[in-house]
Design a protein around this ligand. Structure first.
Ligand SMILES: Nc1ncnc2c1ncn2[C@@H]1O[C@H](COP(=O)(O)OP(=O)(O)OP(=O)(O)O)[C@@H](O)[C@H]1O
Ligand SMILES: [Mg+2]
Length: 256
């Protein structure tokens, strides 16, 4: 079993107006086998948390810690984090011109495992995973994410997740922009990987729709750079009904 432990994390970014604190004391523990959903208003810092775990250089950690099975994640390079088993499906996946999907996937897998995958098995695995996610075989020869539609990019993120077998997968709005069929296909991909037993998931989302397919064990409400409340799946339904007013103080401001 693996555990990602985030303790009292404070993160800021450098802006033209000076240093801006974004994360203000985040604590969260994710074990393999668990699914944690994070919901919260725009700009509350959800993607910042995801990027900080993955090691994006823009974010500086002012205090707090992130460990994976006791190992200091913050001391690791981006590559080392990926090799340690952390995976981030980005809210806005980047295009990689000049690199085909086939080359990218094989190169990444080789870097992650420290050895090239056996070609016969690998080719079969990639084909099967693409078919499961209803990604047309033509995509293998296309450049990574170049000209892909929003929904196609999201499927390709899940394709990587299924081929790389991370210990902890962070899915940042993987459901945004998916049509109803794609939402189901992508959810099935996450559930397939989950059923193998070796993965914990942090699912950032704005909608309870995806939570009907991927059942969260815990739901966290993220407001103004920290977790304001946690609960079970029922909390997601309550948020959908009530919104975030009771956390953001909008009622109080309106004199209610
Ligand atoms: N380079 C920057 N300069 C100024 N502010 C920034 C910069 N990068 C991020 N921020 C701010 O950090 C805050 C947190 O952003 P983040 O993307 O983490 O929010 P989020 O919770 O993922 O929102 P969403 O639900 O819209 O995806 C936002 O207010 C954003 O404007
Ligand atoms: Mg975001």
């Amino acid at each position: 079993m693996s555990t990602l432990e985030i303790k009292d994390l404070h993160v800021s970014i450098e802006t033209e107006q000076g240093r801006k604190p974004i994360l203000k004391g985040v604590s969260l523990t994710i074990n393999t086998g668990e699914t944690h959903a994070i919901m919260g208003p725009n700009g509350s810092g959800k993607s910042t948390l995801a990027s900080t775990i993955a090691g994006h250089p823009r974010y500086s950690v002012d205090s707090g810690s992130i460990t994976l099975d006791g190992e200091d994640v913050l001391a690791m390079s981006v590559d080392e984090r990926a090799r340690a088993g952390l995976f981030l499906a980005m809210q806005y996946p980047v295009e990689v011109p000049g690199v085909t999907m086939t080359n990218f996937l094989r190169t990444a897998k080789t870097a992650l495992d420290g050895e090239a995958p056996s070609l016969r098995h690998w080719t079969k695995d990639v084909k099967a995973a693409m078919a499961d996610l209803r990604i047309d075989a033509d995509f293998a020869q296309r450049n990574v994410n170049e000209g892909f539609s929003g929904g196609e990019k999201k499927r390709v993120e899940i394709l990587q997740m299924e081929l790389f077998h991370p210990k902890i997968a962070i899915l940042d709005e993987t459901d945004s922009g998916l049509d109803v069929d794609a939402l189901k296909i992508v959810s099935e991909g996450v559930n397939r990987e989950h059923s193998k037993g070796g993965m914990g998931t942090l699912l950032i989302t704005h909608y309870t729709r995806i939570l009907r397919y991927i059942k969260p064990d815990y739901v966290h409400v993220f407001v103004d750079g920290h977790i304001a409340e946690q609960g079970g799946p029922e909390l997601a339904d309550r948020l959908e009904e009530e919104g975030y007013d009771r956390f953001t103080g909008a009622n109080a401001a309106a004199g209610a």
